[in-house]
Design a protein around this ligand. Structure first.
Ligand SMILES: C[S@@+](CC[C@H](N)C(=O)[O-])C[C@H]1O[C@@H](n2cnc3c(N)ncnc32)[C@H](O)[C@@H]1O
Length: 284
């Protein structure tokens, strides 16, 4: 059943804009972080390779015996396409019409997508999967219900695979948003009765993605913003002064968040932990 939100979430718009940019320049249609190592220089041109490594790493943790997968927050369908190519039966959940269209383009028109937020999508009670997957989508879903809803979709003995980052307690405010607080997640996990089979920290391998973001901000967004600002000041001085005053708070926030260079790998590792977790629903 379709249950799309009425308003377009600005984070969704950001994801689609990022996807278009990355696809245009690098040919990648993946929306998740890359997995970096000493053998791969942290440069934007290497991002598609790092993202492929992430997909391989993720799919390497799909347990034997799994046939039917629910890809929650399937994005532009990159991971689902890989799963389908390996013979899994895959369905997606997506609250974004824009991303669902991209996912169908990539995974094919037969790829079944349940349109809506995972919290709202209605499944038949006996519609169950062997694995519920959250690839960088877990953080977007209400922590109070996400594990319970995932359990409802599982066959007895089925699995939940989460690959995502969480907030860790740290002094100062993080300039990078997102992630459930890790201690709240641990409490929800404990209460869920799901068994933890695998729990791997991949913060060091994922933090370099933020160095790429910092590089793009420094070398692309900042000079472009300065150029546009300069031209606007010169050509429309009064209007420019008025708009700068009217939107001064917003502009200050944008400058701090996106143009200060503070969003980088060190900052990420100080405030977040990126983990892969494989969980199992007990048989009875
Ligand atoms: C960073 S993207 C990850 C996309 C994809 N899983 C991947 O690994 O490339 C986050 C995804 O979560 C989805 N999402 C956001 N809120 C959601 C919700 N409440 N329920 C289901 N999916 C959601 C977004 O539409 C998007 O597809």
């Amino acid at each position: 059943m379709s249950s799309l939100p009425e308003r377009v979430d600005s984070r969704e718009v950001g994801l689609v804009a990022g996807l278009n940019l990355l696809h245009f320049f690098l040919g990648t249609r993946d929306l998740h972080y890359g997995l970096w190592g000493d053998d791969l220089e942290v440069e934007v041109k290497n991002l598609p390779v790092a993202q492929k490594r992430y997909s391989e790493f993720l799919l390497g943790h799909v347990p034997d015996g799994v046939e039917r997968v629910l890809d929650v927050g399937c994005g532009a369908g990159g991971v689902a396409t890989e799963l389908l190519a390996r013979g899994f039966r895959v369905e997606g959940v997506s609250p974004s019409l824009l991303l669902s269209a991209a996912a169908r383009r990539q995974a094919g028109n037969d790829f079944v997508i349940h349109e809506g937020r995972f919290e709202d999508v209605e499944f038949a009670a006996d519609d169950r999967f062997d694995l519920v997957l959250f690839s960088e989508s877990f953080q977007y879903i209400d922590l109070d219900c996400v594990l319970e809803y995932a359990k409802r979709r599982l066959n007895p003995g089925g699995y939940v695979l989460i690959c995502d980052f969480f907030k860790i307690p740290a002094t100062g405010r993080s300039i990078i948003g997102g992630g459930h607080p890790i201690e709240k997640f641990r409490a929800a996990l404990e209460a869920s009765g799901l068994e933890v089979l695998t729990d791997i920290d991949i913060t060091a391998e994922t933090a370099p993605n933020l160095d790429i973001v910092a590089q793009m901000e420094r070398e692309l967004f900042l000079p472009t913003a300065e150029l546009v600002g300069y031209a606007f000041d010169r050509n429309h001085p009064w209007l420019s002064r008025l708009l700068r005053w009217k939107y001064r708070k917003k502009l200050r926030k944008i400058r701090r968040k996106y143009l200060s260079g503070e969003r980088n790998g060190d900052n990420f590792a100080r405030h977040k932990v990126y983990r892969l977790l494989l969980l199992r629903l007990p048989e009875s």
